[in-house]
Design a protein around this ligand. Sequence first.
Ligand SMILES: *Cc1c(COP(=O)(O)O)cnc(C)c1O
Length: 394
Amino acid sequence: MAKLALNGGTPACTRSWPRWPQWDEREKSRLLAVLESGEWGGFNELVGEFEQAFARRHQARHGLAAVNGTLTLEASLRVLGVGPGDEVIVPPYTFIATANAVRLVGATPVFVDVDPDTYNLDVAATAAAIGPRTRAIIPVHFAGHPVDMDALLPLARRHGLFVVEDAAHAHGSRWRGTPMGTLGHIGSFSLQLSKNLTAGEGGILLTQDDQLAAKLRSFINQGRTPGGAWYTHGLLGSNLRITGWQAGVLLAQLERFDEQLERRMANARRLNAIFEEIGGLRPMGWDARVDAHAFHLYMLRYDPAVFGGVPRDRFVAALQAEGVPCSTGYAMPLYRQPPLAEPHSRVTPCPVAEQACQEAIWFTQNLLLAEPAAMEEIGQAVLKIREHVEELRH
Ligand SMILES: *Cc1c(COP(=O)(O)O)cnc(C)c1O
């Protein structure tokens, strides 16, 4: 008689997991207010209200909302003057938008390996990859864990490089007390449906630099200048404005934001303790300088030797069958995707990123919004699989 749910046994875990996105009457009343105002577009006053609220929450001088977290990266590079002939250092273990933004402004992505403990840009490897054409670095605070900014920022300064933080996973994360998105020249956030703060689609830029803020503001709004005439366009621009609907929803989502951030961190600590005890699934590092961690993803590193040599993908299928939603993450580093392979990029050796694609297991942030008892059930499901691992070996 099979015990594992993958083979027809009874699942270890039958609870329903927190759904995402979450909403209540606050979103409904915001949306109704936008509807009745007739100001459905980007000039609804709620857009500015959201920008200020998000910027304040992250201790930033300026917040600039835009359509998504891909075009925010592209706009950042454009406004910094990065383009053809320039190289931009990016990690290969991230969502494709990070590197596509570089190509879309005509520059060349340079792939540099990640750190095995965080899957974030390896700063020593970054230093080794800097060449005469390097203009910028895009550190991705992957899964919400900040890149080592104590090492990265002085390196960038020494070489006169721009730093555009891809903080698409890092809403509310802090490095030694400072919110992510404010340490580089520009910080870019995604507000897409899966992200920790969402309006379905959307993005926002943070900067402490008044001139960069003015340029970004103008680029987002067709090259206009604030207070200028409607059909006067001083700069090359585009339309990246978000709608009043999005701003209304985001203001409501912000009211839940801090409580959710705390809850994810508390459950991540529980999972770390549970997995350290079980063995075979190593939690990622959590640097002592990271005093807030968004946990957009909770990741583990799978060791097949502890599970009778069963491949990771089969283990993940078994865990899913036991009622625990999880996935294997990226199947390959970005330089294996055709639009980013050489000669569209420069690739330095990335053995850690290769290994990450083989070993990582991902849980999405909404799983960490469950009650504490649910974390224990995840551990029970893993123990059950280990106990009956023979069932997975044929
Ligand atoms: C989601 C994401 C983006 C792109 O954001 P969109 O809003 O979906 O365009 C960029 N970088 C990373 C790391 C992301 O996860």
